[in-house]
Design a protein around this ligand. Structure first.
Ligand code: SF4
Length: 334
């Protein structure tokens, strides 16, 4: 059941892709297991809330963003937006109206911007296609307001410029302005600062935080970087191989992680203590296993330094480990 206090609810959300298998599988026409990119996620985002989804590559975090923005369809479970079931929204007009309310910001601002369009036209594109303003004056006002909110001031100085004339940080601000211009209720930002210098990152995170305060806009922030997630989010959901393994407030996940994977992830964050760093490298050694060849039982057990026998047999349920704090690990079940 959806709750209208939440702008978005995912209930047992799944995205399974048809597996391609190895060459021999195809030659022998052997059945191939589906790739379970997202495999049963329950997560909510409140109105005006910032939720970060954190995980390594292959965890399914970007797929979650793509399902929410309707770039791909879920294969199971339910998705509710503002209390309405939008699991199967499709068709030009329904998608147009949904995308008015849910916008996406991608990692690579340069790729996202048409190099032949001026900054004015880029920011105005969504407003024009959704016919959100009555005339050119209103359009110019909307574009200027969006550029200014994204920290590009004075906004008129950017109207006639092209993407190649801007720095990386300014280009990411243009992408944010384009999303803001249609006045969405939710923005999904997929690694929006990972390609930027550290000093610029802080400025972009500040812009996104201020937008929530000014516009009560919700944000789903996708990142591989736990400290970045802590700096911006109210709550953090940690993903591993298509599942949320721990969810809690940003402080709980950062300073009191309970799931062995979250603990390993937080230790893997570069620190000044060599002993901690080497411990972390052993805990997160190697790649995340492929979602096409899922381990049985707890998915983290092939890498988990504290796994017990039972871990390879059965998937652990999520249990409460504190107020609004849940983790899925056999060691935490009573
Ligand atoms: Fe490690 Fe077992 Fe907990 Fe999974 S269930 S995180 S393998 S201890």
């Amino acid at each position: 059941m959806s709750n209208t206090a939440n702008i978005l609810s995912m209930e047992n959300l799944q995205v399974h892709f048809a597996g391609r298998g190895r060459i021999l599988d195809r030659v022998l026409a052997r059945p191939v297991a589906a790739v379970r990119a997202v495999d049963g996620i329950d997560l909510t985002i409140g109105r005006g809330e910032i939720v970060a989804v954190v995980g390594e590559s292959g965890s399914g975090k970007s797929t979650v963003g793509r399902v929410i923005t309707k770039l791909i369809q879920p294969t199971g479970g339910k998705l509710f937006f503002a209390g309405r079931d939008v699991t199967s929204v499709e068709g030009f007009s329904a998608l147009r109206s949904y995308r008015h309310r849910v916008q996406m910001i991608f990692q690579d601002a340069y790729q996202a911007l048409n190099p032949r369009h001026t900054i004015f036209d880029i920011v105005a594109e969504g407003v024009r296609s959704l016919r959100l303003v009555a005339d050119d004056d209103e359009l110019a006002e909307r574009v200027a307001g969006s550029l200014s909110s994204a920290g590009l001031n004075p906004p008129e100085d950017f109207f006639a410029r092209f993407p190649h004339e801007l720095s990386g940080g300014q280009r990411q601000r243009v992408v944010i302005a384009g999303a803001l211009a249609v006045e969405p209720e939710l923005i999904v930002a997929d690694e929006p600062v990972s390609m930027l210098d550290v000093s610029i990152r802080a400025q972009i995170l500040q812009v996104l935080t201020e937008l929530r305060t000014q516009r009560n806009m919700a944000l789903l922030f996708i990142t591989h970087d736990l400290p970045v997630a802590w700096s911006i989010a109210d709550r953090i959901a940690v993903m591993y191989l298509g599942r949320v393994v721990e969810v809690g407030t940003a402080d709980q996940i950062t300073f009191n992680p309970r799931h062995p994977y979250t603990i390993a992830l937080s230790k893997a964050t570069p620190k000044a203590h060599p002993a901690t760093a080497s411990e972390a490298i052993s805990a997160l050694d190697g790649e995340v296993p492929s979602a096409a060849r899922m381990p049985t039982g707890c998915r983290f057990h092939p890498r988990c330094p504290v796994a017990v026998d039972h871990c390879g047999k059965e998937d652990p349920p999520a249990v409460a480990v504190g107020p609004n704090h849940e983790a899925a690990c056999w060691l935490l079940t009573k």
